[in-house]
Design a binder for this molecule. Structure first.
Ligand SMILES: Cc1cc2nc3c(=O)[nH]c(=O)nc-3n(C[C@H](O)[C@H](O)[C@H](O)COP(=O)(O)OP(=O)(O)OC[C@H]3O[C@@H](n4cnc5c(N)ncnc54)[C@H](O)[C@@H]3O)c2cc1C
Length: 512
């Protein structure tokens, strides 16, 4: 649905390579990825203030998984994260040692001592941690600082209200103000204006419950059990004194009603779910959410793209949404930068959808499977009991941890070698460098362990960064091509020739 571009109102002063709607974590990471490749980026953010209590602990607590932690590591940002250094376990009263829960599926804890990481053949000792706790405010602050250092313009208090597509650019409207970009990326969250105005289909399933994140004062709190407690009415979790999460299986009705979250209402829901006489004496802060699960059926229409919650929404069970969105930004960033620079054909962007939509489907289904097992019905309880038995086995716990931590995520890129399409192992080299440090400049690398002249010549021919290194453990590989987003594109042991991979990378036929 392209419309002929008609300039309206005030004439924009300049043209940006990319305008990004939304300075959430996804918009900011994407801005960094584009700006580090010298693309001009404008980020429009409707909130005036960058910080808010909801972005701070406990409401703003977020778990980053392996792909997110690795991405931050490859960009040299990991050391700036402080919350992880002081908060090791956010849930008070949880078991420690081998029984320490390091995530959950449908409220069933994953016990640390059962996870057999030796099953993840490509994770090396030098790998970044597979999980890290942070706050929304911290992620956004670090990414905003980096973005501004890289020359990104972030305009706060600017609400994007609409846009008009032209053949070679997009006119973005923010009330009376207008901005132009060759590309527009909607990182404007679950209620995305970019998605709605662009007519992107957003398909999926309706909610089963209203979720509550609450800061409350309680009388008689000792009646509540520690941990995530499933009852015949729903689920409650008191993770720290006074901080509660509830799931009330009302079909999402309360969240949709827009009614205020009063003390009386919270007490009624908590008493009903916990089957106790606990009294709520004050509600200090409260927010609701649901398990509505929807995904855009395409992430691109011409020069308009979607990423993050704008492209997919689901329940925050097991904390996946931010990770999914950061993965979108990493995947899209280098591709869009290469297209803007004329280094690759526009069709390279087809691989953004081809790679990220299946990851989104898998995360939405992971969320739906949990909701199905958490419902207060006899059938769900029966499935839940079986799942609990399986998660008490080594293989069961390892499988679930692999999915939650994202260490088994792999793009299907048409190569049978199991490493191709996965995050590159964080090889440690004899000179003290690591794979993460080789990826700092966001250009990818052709890493040669064997000193193969043909590999070196191909790198020179395509102006690919080349590194001849000795790794402490090269996992028996001769050479590895790693994309700018840290994904392995080819290994010397691949069944696909290097040139065919480069054809995909540059999205054009390369000389034989
Ligand atoms: C209770 C809860 C717990 C969660 N826990 C986790 C977790 O542990 N791990 C995890 O991975 N995920 C978690 N999530 C999900 C995660 O917070 C989101 O998936 C993530 O914030 C999405 O980032 P985003 O940048 O796409 O969108 P957002 O964070 O929603 O940012 C969108 C930005 O766009 C701005 N915006 C919106 N409309 C406009 C407009 N018209 N013009 C300009 N700007 C606009 C907004 O103000 C906002 O700043 C949780 C979510 C909830 C609700």
């Amino acid at each position: 649905m392209f419309v002929e571009f008609v300039a309206r109102g005030e004439k924009p002063k300049s043209m940006y390579d990319t305008v990004i709607a939304g300075a959430g974590p996804v918009g900011l990471l994407l801005a960094c990825e584009l700006a580090m490749r010298e693309r001009s980026v404008l980020v429009l953010e409707k909130s005036v203030e960058a910080d808010s209590p909801l972005k701070r602990m406990p409401f703003g607590l977020r778990g980053l998984n392996a792909p997110s932690v690795e991405s931050l590591d490859t960009r040299g940002l990991l050391d700036e994260f402080e919350v992880t250094k002081r908060v090791k376990n956010p849930h008070a009263g949880m078991p420690q040692g081998a029984k320490r829960p390091i995530g959950h599926f449908a409220g069933i804890p994953i016990e640390q001592g059962l996870v057999d990481s030796s099953q993840w053949k490509y994770r090396l000792e030098s790998s970044a941690p597979p999980i890290m706790l942070t706050e929304m405010a911290e992620v956004e602050q670090i990414l905003a600082r980096r973005a501004e250092e890289l020359g990104v313009e972030i305009l706060r208090g600017v609400d994007m209200t609409g846009y008009a597509w032209g053949n070679d650019h997009v006119l973005v409207e923010c009330g009376e103000r207008h901005f132009r970009g060759r590309w527009l990326v909607g990182c404007d969250g679950a209620r995305s204006v970019v998605r709605k105005q662009g007519g992107f289909a957003f398909e999926g399933t309706e909610p089963e419950f209203t979720g509550y994140s609450l800061s409350v004062e309680l009388h008689g709190a000792e009646a509540l059990k520690p941990g995530r407690v499933m009852t015949t009415r729903g689920m409650y979790l008191q993770s720290q004194p006074g901080y509660m999460v509830l799931q009330d299986f009302d079909g999402g009705a309360f969240h949709a009603s827009g009614r205020p979250i009063t003390r009386e209402h919270v007490q009624e829901v908590l008493r009903r779910i916990s089957e106790s006489e606990v009294t709520v004496t004050a509600v200090l802060a409260a927010t609701t959410w649901t398990d509505r699960a929807r995904q855009a059926t395409s992430y691109r229409k011409g020069n308009v793209l979607l990423a993050g919650d704008a492209a997919h929404i689901h329940a925050p069970l097991g904390g996946q949404g931010l990770n999914l969105g950061l993965g979108d930004a990493m995947n899209l960033g280098w591709k869009l930068a290469a297209v803007i620079a004329g280094e690759a054909e526009e069709s390279l962007l087809d691989s953004y959808e081809a790679e990220r939509i299946p990851v989104g489907i898998s995360v939405l289904d992971w969320s739906r499977a949990q909701v199905a097992m958490m419902k207060p019905t006899p059938e769900a309880r029966a499935q839940h009991a079986i799942m609990r038995d399986m998660m008490e086995t080594r293989d069961g716990a390892t499988y679930v941890a692999g999915r939650v931590w994202g260490v088994t995520t792999r793009y299907e890129v048409g190569d049978a070698h199991p490493l191709v399409g996965m995050s590159a192992p964080n090889f440690a080299f004899d000179d003290g460098a690591t794979m993460a440090t080789l990826l700092r400049d966001g250009r990818g690398v052709l890493l040669d362990f064997a000193g193969d002249d043909a590999v070196r010549a191909t790198a020179e021919e395509f102006a690919l960064p080349y590194a001849r290194r000795v790794a402490k453990d090269s996992l028996g590989l001769g050479a590895v091509l790693v994309r700018p987003d840290g994904i392995v594109a080819w290994v010397a042991e691949s069944d696909v020739p290097l040139r065919r991979v480069l054809e995909r990378w540059f999205a054009r036929k390369v000389a034989a």
